[in-house]
Design a protein around this ligand. Sequence first.
Ligand code: ADP
Ligand code: MG
Length: 256
Amino acid sequence: MNLSDERLERLAHKLRLPDVPALVSSLAQEASTKEWSFPDFAEALLQAQSDLSDARACDTLQRLAGFPARKTIDAFDFSFQPSVNRKQIQELASCAFIERVENVMLLGPPGVGKTHLAISLGVEASKRRLSVKFTTASRLVASLAEARTAGTFSRRLMGFVRPSLLIVDEVGFLPLDASEASLLFEVVCRRYERGSIVLTSNKSYGEWGEVFSGDTVIATAILDRLLHHSTTIPIKGESYRLKDRKKAGIVTTPAG
Ligand code: ADP
Ligand code: MG
């Protein structure tokens, strides 16, 4: 490495532009072939560094989010699920709802794409450098109950409160007892008007009493806060999971 390379390396490090030295070499060739002006070169260099930094930040945020699978809106087949409005999902994908601190409630039977869409919105948020945490209702309450026993409740709670977007999947999948319901309530209260929640449930709002083991008071209190500033997306239709099996004649009735 010659002296000017070393100086470039040091400055790039100081300015936190780690890829600039490598980019200078790789773009120099292109600049000369395409006869770029100096400003063109400077712009291409900074744009390339900015793209690499964004991609790295996005990867880190997605790793921290703990998504169970990688799902994108592009991979969602809207023609299979006509009850999902593509325009509405695209609007949500802009993440303006996170800026406005609104919630998104995805409701519907198994296999209709609730988790897929929830993860996709999380991925879009991470692309905009917004922090995301993905969890299921049962993992959330189990984690907080464990932290309470271990004396680390406040810190664990902050893990669900701090991210710009919290995704709570599978509310209603398993009924929550009174102490579990109070833990979910705590998280919903702490995020109320402070941070967005994307929530999925296989239960309609009328059935939320059952989700909380018949305690309609806590069900109403939680729903009240969740729905105050929110969009509900009710998904009807067939399970995507059974699509291919149905085609093969293995399943003959809709799964519901
Ligand atoms: P739910 O959470 O509603 O039970 P999922 O989101 O887990 O359903 O969907 C089940 C599987 O089917 C996932 O692999 C998901 O990616 C896929 N899937 C569901 N709906 C669609 C769709 N409309 N287009 C593409 N893939 C879909
Ligand atoms: Mg799901």
